[in-house]
Design a protein. Sequence first.
Length: 255
Amino acid sequence: MPYHDAQGVVAWLLCGFYPVQQRAPDVGERDWLQLAAALAGPLLERLREHQHHLQLERLESLQALLGSGWWEIFSDSAEVQLASSLANTLNLISTRMPLHAWLEQVHPADRKALRSRLQDLQDDGTPLLLCVRLHHPDTPTWYRLQGQAMGVGKDRRLVGFMLDISDIKNQQQDAATAQSAKMATLGEMATGLAHEISQPLNVMRLAVVNVLKRLNSGEVQVDYLIDKLNRIDAQVQRAARVVDHMRVFGRRSEA
């Protein structure tokens, strides 16, 4: 028969049947139900503990994989408690330490901001959301800190979560570096393009100026005009080739 408690934990009880009226004539239906509950109680408690243990194992595994974990600050003792997985990720010996020792793990450039945000969380209950770097000699590790105040009065607790976002930050930094390289290349290309275009433009301008001078003096000849027009046409084609080359280069870059 199935049996479940108020938390939804279910157990199946295997009951044997025998002539109740002959062997236990004074036991009623309500008594049998209470007996079944008494038998199921310890079993359900064991099942509940087992399920809770499995949930804790899943949480620990997930936190270890993500390089994350919970933290809680005890204002009365100025100490912080870290999840064991988080303490292991940060290479800390103990999971509980003074608050200032925890803040010393943060990069000096971000430490003041974190201390200020923690103070706001403690004084006003302002939710904490901040990205900080941990202080490592080789390369800094980025973490996202979230925290909130729970409860009031003596039951007030400051709890939060730390998540390793180094991969995201590195990708953003790589994207910014790539964008800077693209802009630098674009600047060099623009400079070269301006130089390549300015030369045929200057030649065409000089040819036009010479033709205008001949026209004003009335000494223009057909052969002279044809020569100047051919020169202008050659420079137009030269500029067009430069533009076409840049257009092809741009298409290759997009691909």
